[in-house]
Design a protein. Structure first.
Length: 604
């Protein structure tokens, strides 16, 4: 069965309907279903945990299910919070608890919760606080009283931890002496170097371990199907992933390898253990229950080390806690910081299955941002590059569309003449295509690779940190947030925020989404509407639907799509004119101004 001229519009209508159904389903079906599944899994695990024997403190890091959760600032200022060593580096500040030498108080100095208050993003918080999240390193083996996550260390060297002033902690048992040397760099990496001395008269076997615990999810956290958040690691050189929702279902992440790393990641932030890359490690990530609250655990355990009588050895491992800025991750991956290279550390960013698109897109964005000094201009420049890459096949597609539009009157004549004889109609239609050298498929086929490319660019802008809190021009102060304006308050002229008003906030559409909807409408109207009335109505309705859909998208993404539409309008108008097709815009000019020459037709 041959494709009719209006099939491309049917194809676009189908795409629009699918997107609309997906958006509605996410709000009213998938989202509530996922929350119900998570709640059921948590209750089931809570019941299982209540019937199971208690776990060791080193495995779970203690429990706070019976404690009242307090604000992290209040907990840290409490005199009962215990001893702490403060740290202050260009990238992070906070403190390390002497209990377990836990890294449990960390804020990122270069990243803020919002642009107005300038409150630093708090990544790690002490156990017992809202949003508790910590990482700790210790030892296991056949010796007595080995240091774990609740061991009380003593500060024996240094005062405040900075990139130029390390600190030293000490811990002793009857058999062993531990000296822990802690360093921090200019970004987000902490290096723990333990020197262990055997005072006993026998050979002891000990092995390093690390454990991080994230007590539940932030209150404002939302799952995204397009984004990986949860356990992420590297088994040697193989990426290992398990989403939070799968951990909730009891699907643990477990592997063994030589070298690699393991961490818990959110959209922009990550905490990870990086052992010595020559070390054989066992890794696990799972969920345990803290009351009814899921606690996400990632643990790493190294190989056994034999420590002879009166002997000693030194072992180093690292903790990354901070922002997934690609340039920083790349420096760690290549070993440019003077430390051991970390395999595929940039893959902590969720590049996705289309990494062969997303990584080059990010490379271009980074280059253009360096040139123009503005991430929004970088997006515009990348859009031009994408358009140029597709220029040849889009030209053919638009030329084919133009030719098909020119044949529309003859097609209608054939339908009237042979409408009752479908076989004859198809034969005559094919003869018309052959005679006029028109290909009804060439207009649709280029859309397929473009869909993958557009998805790849959307993914790049969505998952990378570099667009977060980056300004554009005018009212756009954050490209990673939706357009803050709304026609309901006359785009800021009236002193209220309609997005916070129930029901009314759902139609709070900003300038950028309106511009996108308008450019989509213009793009549609470059060519005559489809003859079928139902298709014509759907095509007229789509710009409105997409305007509402894009109202919640990040401003940077809407800028990309709007600018892409503008370039497509210019390209399609030029090609249609070159192929002798009178567009709706030409008809509009004639009706309003009596002008607009009939475009010249190219001869084939």
């Amino acid at each position: 069965m041959q494709q009719q001229p209006q099939d491309q519009k049917s194809f676009l209508i189908g795409i629009g309907l699918v997107l609309c159904v997906m958006a509605i389903s996410q709000i009213f079906i998938w989202g509530p279903q996922q929350e119900a599944r998570q709640k059921a899994a948590q209750e089931a695990q809570a019941l299982q945990a209540s019937q199971a024997p208690a776990n060791s403190a080193d495995t779970l890091g203690g429990s706070s299910s019976n404690a009242t959760l307090v604000d992290r600032t209040e907990l840290l200022s409490n005199s009962n919070a215990g001893g702490r060593v403060t740290f202050d580096a260009p990238g992070v500040d906070g403190s390390i608890s002497l209990k377990g030498a836990r890294l449990d108080d960390l804020s990122m100095k270069r990243h803020f919760e919002d642009l107005e208050d300038k409150e630093e993003v708090h990544l790690l918080s002490p156990q017992g606080a809202k949003g508790a999240y910590y990482a700790a390193l210790g030892w296991r083996g056949d010796a007595d009283r080995l240091p774990g996550v609740s061991t009380e260390w003593t500060q024996i060297g240094g005062t405040t931890l900075t990139p130029t002033t390390p600190i030293t902690l000490g811990y002793e048992t009857a058999q062993l002496t531990f000296r822990r040397h802690i360093e921090v760099d200019d970004n987000y990496m902490f290096t723990y170097t333990d020197t262990v001395s055997n005072k006993s008269g026998e050979t002891l076997s000990i092995r390093p371990f690390g454990i991080m615990r994230q007590f539940g999810m932030p209150d404002d956290w939302k799952p995204f199907y397009i984004l990986h958040e949860g356990a992420v690691g590297m088994a040697g050189n193989k990426l290992q992933l398990q989403k939070y929702k799968n951990l909730d279902k009891g699907k643990n992440l477990s592997y063994s390898s030589q070298g690699g790393w393991i961490g818990l990641t959110q959209k922009y932030w990550m905490t990870a253990f990086i052992p010595a890359q020559s070390e054989a490690i066992n890794v696990q990530s799972k969920v345990v229950m803290d009351g009814l609250r899921p606690t996400y655990v990632a643990s790493i355990e190294g190989a056994d080390h034999a420590l002879p009588p009166n002997g000693s050895f030194t072992y180093s491992q690292r903790i990354f806690a901070g922002a997934k800025r690609v340039k920083v991750l790349e420096a760690y991956e290549k070993g440019e910081t003077g430390q051991e290279a970390i395999p595929r550390f940039t893959d902590a960013v969720d590049w996705g299955n289309f990494w062969f698109f997303t990584k080059p897109f990010f490379w271009f964005l980074n280059i253009f941002n360096g040139w123009f000094g503005n991430f929004g201009l970088a997006i515009l420049a990348l859009t031009v590059i994408v358009k140029l890459a597709f220029f040849p096949i889009q030209n053919k597609a638009y030329a084919s569309m133009a030719k098909m539009r020119k044949l529309a009157p003859e097609m209608e004549a054939l339908k009237k003449k042979f409408g009752d004889d479908r076989q004859r109609l198809q034969q005559e239609t094919m003869e018309l295509y052959k005679r006029e050298k028109a290909n009804p498929f060439s207009g649709c086929l280029p859309l397929i690779p473009q869909m993958f490319v557009f998805y790849g660019l959307y993914k790049t802008l969505f998952v990378t940190l570099e667009m977060r809190h980056e300004p554009f021009f005018g009212w756009i102060k954050d490209l990673s947030a939706p357009d803050p304006t709304s026609f309901l308050n006359l785009f800021g002229l009236l002193p209220f925020d309609p997005s916070n008003i129930p029901l009314l906030g759902a139609v709070a559409i900003g300038v950028l989404p309106l511009m996108y909807g308008f450019t989509m409408w213009l793009l549609q109207n470059l060519s005559p509407p489809p003859p079928d009335p139902s298709q014509r109505m759907m095509m007229q309705f789509l710009p409105i639907v997409f305007t509402f859909l894009f109202a919640g998208f990040a401003a940077g993404l809407v800028i990309y799509w709007t600018w892409s539409n503008i370039l497509s309008i210019a390209q399609q108008y030029y090609i249609m004119r070159q192929n002798g097709v009178e567009t709706q815009f030409d008809k509009f000019l004639k009706s309003k101004f009596g002008k607009g020459d009939t475009p010249p037709a190219n001869s084939d």
